[in-house]
Design a protein around this ligand. Structure first.
Ligand code: SF4
Ligand code: SF4
Length: 79
């Protein structure tokens, strides 16, 4: 069943290294150039609705700044 995912990025830990940007198979992450974290970095943000919750970004992040959420997608309901 197709799944839909989402991520949350903790700006306290993100250091803008872009490893997650390069790793996301959906090309769904970008740095927010208009935001600065408390540590002075541009943080990563989810910029697509195509996130599948594959967890690749969470695995590659060296700061463990990404939490991945995943849920089954309801495509249609029978009647
Ligand atoms: S969970 Fe997968 S699809 Fe979603 S943002 Fe992370 S790498 Fe991309
Ligand atoms: S891999 Fe982690 S630290 Fe690097 S930009 Fe992505 S969320 Fe930030």
């Amino acid at each position: 069943m197709p799944v839909r995912g989402s991520i949350q990025i903790d700006d306290m830990y993100c250091k803008g290294c872009e490893l997650c940007v390069a790793a996301c198979p959906q090309h769904g992450i970008a740095l927010a150039m208009d935001v600065l974290t408390p540590r002075g970095y541009h943080p990563a943000r989810l910029v697509t609705e195509n996130c599948t919750g594959c967890q690749v970004c969470g695995i590659v992040c060296p700061e463990a700044a990404i939490t991945v959420f995943r849920q089954a997608k309801v495509l249609a309901r029978g009647g």
